[in-house]
Design a protein around this ligand. Structure first.
Ligand code: NCD
Ligand code: ZN
Ligand code: ZN
Length: 434
């Protein structure tokens, strides 16, 4: 089925905008041609579907390597279908989901279930991670070979840190022997006990115990040494502290195979922004100091941090209404990620558009060896169209996710995704086509 996206403003090799016509066939980008290309003008006559992208930005579909879809077990928070719909609405075409479901994705059956449900939803590409340890309890390794065979793309106990260093080392050795990455939620429980915001301004003001930066960085440091010893590809989840950035920068400089991700909220918010005891500002890792925010931004700019992920973590309104202390950690992220970062960093002139797009497409694709994340002839037609001029306030009532837990309600943002294609199929369309 021949399809055409015409008058598309795409980012070229130099990172500049160029107007092109994209020809899609059999789910792949067949051709990216100049707007006057004769052959393409002829093809347009026979195309099944023509989208006029005039005035819009057209980029590779966004890739999110850290998300929570909650199924199986917590379908009241999200299902694979609602999560995938939310991802598509946020401009994402590939998402990698975490194993902290119920049951935990610690055996091949759960991996298969996730893949089956994703196929049924038929929206975005869903790549499952499997747990490092059974039930994410940190006591016994899962069957890595069976999980890889079933389709898992990496191993992680996200939600908790692997507390035992020998356990982590064994996991890394095994993963390395299978050419699989280990993805780590870095948190030393002994340094955290009872905290739910960072140790800093906010915790002092409210007289509550804070989560210190070292609780994250101590695992980053430990795991870098273990990665060096085992040769595994080690990927650090949701980096939030200056100390972690510093350790990862050093490890990279001496050739250790470490990569890392950062979340939009850790780039845009600090603990000083928390308005009060509102659980929509509670996530793990917590919002850190302005100094940490700056270090994360610098880390992303110099490539210490490879990519942006949302850590989309939906929870129900009842759960979040329990208040700061008792509510679960986590905020939703798919539908605000791009406009938030575009508005805060590109509109303000701090980042180039090309830089933002790469950190959400080509970079995750490079790190996790995906065949997507680029607009190129022969690549899958995973494509996102964005209206950079559309300005709109964040309204959780419009979200496709079941989660309403966001600190960004009411924020006026620009750069909203308006249409998303996966393998050439439109999975979200908010344009009014004439
Ligand atoms: N990030 C969060 O605050 N919460 C995540 C767990 C996690 O990513 O560690 C969740 O599963 O809710
Ligand atoms: Zn985590
Ligand atoms: Zn997570």
């Amino acid at each position: 089925m021949l399809q055409i996206i015409k008058n598309a403003n795409i980012l070229n090799q130099q990172g500049e905008l160029e107007r092109k016509t994209i020809v899609i066939d059999e789910g792949k980008i067949q051709k990216i041609a100049g707007v006057e290309d004769e052959a393409v003008l002829t093809a347009e006559q026979s195309a099944h579907n023509v989208t006029d992208a005039s005035g819009k930005l057209v980029i590779p579909g966004l890739i999110d390597m850290h998300v929570h879809l909650r199924e199986p077990g917590f379908e009241h928070k999200e299902t694979i279908e609602t999560g995938a719909r939310s991802a598509a609405q946020g401009g994402f075409t590939t998402i990698a989901c975490m194993p902290n479901t119920r049951p935990v994705t610690d055996n091949a059956d759960v991996v298969k279930l996730v893949l089956d449900k994703a196929k049924e939803a038929d929206l975005v590409k869903v790549l499952p991670y499997a747990a490092i340890t059974k039930n994410e309890l940190g006591r016994e390794l899962t069957d890595f070979a069976a999980l890889k065979e079933a389709g898992a793309i990496g191993f992680t106990d996200d939600g908790v840190g692997v507390q035992n260093a020998q356990m982590m080392k064994d996991a890394m050795s095994l993963a390395a022997s299978m050419d699989m990455p280990v993805i780590a939620h870095c948190e030393d429980d002994s340094l955290v006990v009872g905290g739910y915001v960072t140790e800093g301004e906010f915790s002092k003001r409210h007289g509550i115990k804070g989560i210190p930066n070292e609780s994250e960085a101590i695992h980053v440091g430990r795991d870098i040494l273990l990665a060096e010893a085992t040769g595994v590809h080690y990927h650090v989840c949701h980096v939030s502290t200056e100390q972690s950035v510093r350790l990862i920068r050093l490890a990279k400089s001496i050739g250790i195979k470490v990569t890392a991700e950062v979340c939009p909220h850790h780039l845009v918010l600090s603990d000083e922004d928390i308005p009060g005891m509102d659980a929509n500002w509670k996530m793990n890792p917590p919002l850190r100091s302005p100094r940490d925010v700056q270090a994360c931004i610098e880390g992303l700019l110099d490539g210490t941090l490879d990519m942006i992920v949302t850590d989309h973590a939906p929870h129900s309104e009842e759960e979040k209404a329990k208040g700061m202390e008792l509510a679960p950690f986590g905020i939703v992220g798919f539908e605000t990620a791009f406009p938030l970062l575009y508005t805060k960093f590109v509109e303000t002139g701090l980042w180039s558009l090309d830089f933002l797009v790469k950190r959400m497409t080509a970079d995750p694709a490079r790190v996790f060896r995906l065949d997507t994340g680029k607009l190129e002839e022969g690549a899958p037609a995973d494509i996102t169209m964005i209206d950079l001029n559309q300005e709109q306030a964040v309204d959780p009532a419009n979200f496709a996710t079941k989660g309403r837990n966001t600190p960004f309600t009411g924020w006026k943002l620009k750069g909203w995704p308006v249409q998303t294609w996966v393998d050439g199929k439109s999975v979200w369309n908010n344009t009014v086509q004439q």
